[in-house]
Design a protein around this ligand. Structure first.
Ligand code: ATP
Length: 281
């Protein structure tokens, strides 16, 4: 087992430009990730998902990705060919996306698709793959596993679908899990359970987790560190919301409802103050 402070992912000056755009979608983003939970927050379009997809190499060909360093377990990712990246994805690095309805294969039963993942990433035969799938579905607290394995994605709830995704993605105990708005499409009532489950599994596997979300309060409650992104770059890195000093971060906090102190009207971002802070050298 590696020490928690051992670096798993090292990102330095990551930039992404889409061919059709004049501006960089991601500009000079740097961070190190060990066996810990790191949050990336920002409003829509700030570049959060593009960072996650650039690391996983899941951006369209129109995206030009550059970095001073983009290392996974000490080895550079940028030079790897697609076949090598495919091996890493799902096996050593996993991406969990927002809506399980679009990520799960609609024509395969739950059991079959989790078993296919076990075959692919664990190299198991059919019978062992089904047994591994059943055990993993049990681990993500799916009730009545045998019955659920026979169901198709449209027959299960969003919360259950996201647990199935987590089961599939975490079967091979990947070292890095990137979760991009993993609870945004779910009922408020099951969001906490899904996050708790993710937390349990990444801790058990001694993996690193990057949690991407627009919800700064949720991220702060769940992660040890937060990177705040605005227009493609990181404006602030925080361990506690109380330390936020950039007007954009403060604006994000004020724009998110605090369940402990309900208010009637939420604030909107003060773009003038943000731009003034951005203009400062
Ligand atoms: N495939 C693409 N082609 C062209 N531009 C893109 C593509 N994907 C993202 N962008 C642009 O890159 C910028 C960053 O988008 P990104 O999706 O990373 O932001 P985000 O912070 O994750 O927002 P959201 O929460 O809405 O997904 C935006 O300006 C977006 O329009």
């Amino acid at each position: 087992m590696s020490a928690p402070d051992q670096t798993i992912l090292s990102v330095s000056k990551l930039s992404v430009r889409f061919a059709q755009s004049q501006v960089l979608a991601v500009r000079d983003v740097s961070f190190e990730l060990g066996a810990e939970r790191l949050g990336i927050v920002g409003e829509s379009g700030s570049g959060k998902s593009t960072v996650g997809r650039a690391i996983m190499r899941l951006l369209p060909n129109s995206a030009k990705v550059e970095a001073e360093r983009l290392d996974f377990e000490g080895a550079p990712l940028l030079g790897l060919n697609e076949a090598h990246m495919r091996k890493l994805r799902g096996h050593k690095m996993a991406l969990i996306m927002q809506d399980p309805r679009y990520s799960l294969n609609p024509v395969l039963s739950v059991g079959k698709q989790v078993a296919e993942a076990a075959k692919l990433h664990l190299g198991l035969g059919k019978r062992e793959a089904y047994a591994a799938a059943a055990a993993m579905l049990e681990r993500v607290r799916i009730a009545d596993v045998e019955r659920t394995m026979r169901l198709y994605p449209h027959q299960i709830s969003g919360g259950m679908g996201q647990r199935v995704m987590i089961a599939m993605m975490l079967l091979a105990k990947p070292r890095v899990v990137i979760a991009d708005e993993p609870t945004s499409a779910l009922d408020v009532s099951v969001r906490g359970d899904v996050l708790k489950l993710l937390d349990e599994l990444v801790t058990e596997n001694n993996s690193g987790l990057v949690l991407i979300s627009h919800d700064i309060r949720m991220v702060a409650a769940f992660c040890q560190r937060i990177l705040v992104m605005y227009k493609g770059h990181v404006v602030e890195s925080l361990t506690r919301l109380e330390d936020a000093s950039h007007p954009y971060t403060r604006g994000l906090i004020a724009a998110m409802p605090d369940p402990r102190h309900p208010v009637r009207r939420l604030q909107v971002l003060d773009r003038k103050a943000i731009d003034a802070a951005e203009a400062r050298p």
